[in-house]
Design a protein around this ligand. Structure first.
Ligand SMILES: NC(=O)c1ccc[n+]([C@@H]2O[C@H](COP(=O)([O-])OP(=O)(O)OC[C@H]3O[C@@H](n4cnc5c(N)ncnc54)[C@H](O)[C@@H]3O)[C@@H](O)[C@H]2O)c1
Length: 250
């Protein structure tokens, strides 16, 4: 075991849980943060060298308490993985302000607040930030006015963080997953959407939680020491292809 500590939000399931599991295997201690306490407890019980922290990262007061609690337990933070996210797909004229705010509150405000609250600790360790955005932040699409806009903002927030925090030795990078069969995605992906994704993705399939976790975890390693301000799409090639029409395939 090293004594490096990763704080991972949205760690109760999906990509956040896979990242916690992988980073523990790689020798990290992990502060698993989630607002779904029951799922979080069950997830944390499966892993060694972790502790569960029941906090809602969209609430500013809870973020301050969360950082204090993590530091009281672990004494340091070397990496912050801002993974917690919510999806709400709908047309622009049906996305009322409260739906818009719910998405922004977790995806954008939460990412900003958690990073900011962890800054003093990250300055001490010359640590790093990995923000999880989405291909929906790189390419616009129908029904994602709030989700896509929140994720595009997270991509830019990452660049702001890299620009400003480099002088403290803190790196900030962004991972944009393609579709992964998690609870979040399956709540909004019909069979028709799944088939269309397969057609549009050069690798012809969804990614796995572990494939996204590998990318996130790499960016937290010393091997990534000169990488900051970058956005990496772990998406089976989706972002690279402008015209992915099935009819144009051989
Ligand atoms: N699954 C995909 O296809 C996909 C694609 C692109 C990007 N992403 C992004 O990956 C990240 C993880 O998504 P996932 O698919 O694993 O989702 P998921 O729904 O399986 O897991 C998300 C976790 O975040 C937690 N969470 C949500 N809001 C929170 C808050 N305010 N405070 C604390 N915890 C909160 C949930 O309780 C849940 O445990 C998200 O940011 C998502 O937008 C996912």
């Amino acid at each position: 075991m090293t004594n490096s500590v990763a704080l991972i939000t949205g760690a109760a399931r999906g990509i956040g849980f896979a990242t916690s599991e992988l980073m523990v295997k790689q020798g990290w201690q992990v502060a698993m943060v989630d607002r779904d306490f029951e799922a979080l407890q069950a997830a944390a019980h499966q892993l060694d060298h972790v502790e569960a922290f029941d906090f809602d990262i969209s609430k500013i007061d809870q973020v301050a308490d969360m950082t204090k609690a993590v530091l009281a337990s672990f004494g340091r933070i070397d990496a912050v993985v801002n993974n917690a996210g919510v999806a709400d797909f709908g047309p622009i004229d049906e996305t009322d302000f409260s739906r818009w705010r719910d998405v922004m509150a977790t995806n954008l405000d939460g990412t900003f607040l958690v990073s900011q609250a962890a800054l003093p600790a990250l300055k001490d360790t010359k640590g790093c930030i990995v923000n999880v955005a989405s291909i929906s932040g790189l390419r616009a699409s129908t029904l994602r006015v709030a989700y896509g806009t929140s994720k595009a903002a997270v991509i830019h927030l990452t660049k702001q963080q890299a620009a400003e925090l480099g002088e403290f030795g803190i790196r900030a990078n962004c991972v944009c997953p393609g579709p992964v069969r998690t609870k979040l995605a399956m709540a909004v992906h019909t069979q028709e959407i799944i088939d269309a994704y397969h057609d549009a993705i050069p690798l012809n399939r969804y990614g796995t939680e572990n494939e996204i976790a590998q990318c996130i975890a790499f960016l937290c390693t010393p091997e990534a020491s000169y990488i900051t301000g970058q956005t990496i799409a772990a998406d089976g090639g989706f972002e690279a292809t402008g015209v992915g029409l099935p009819a144009l395939r051989t």
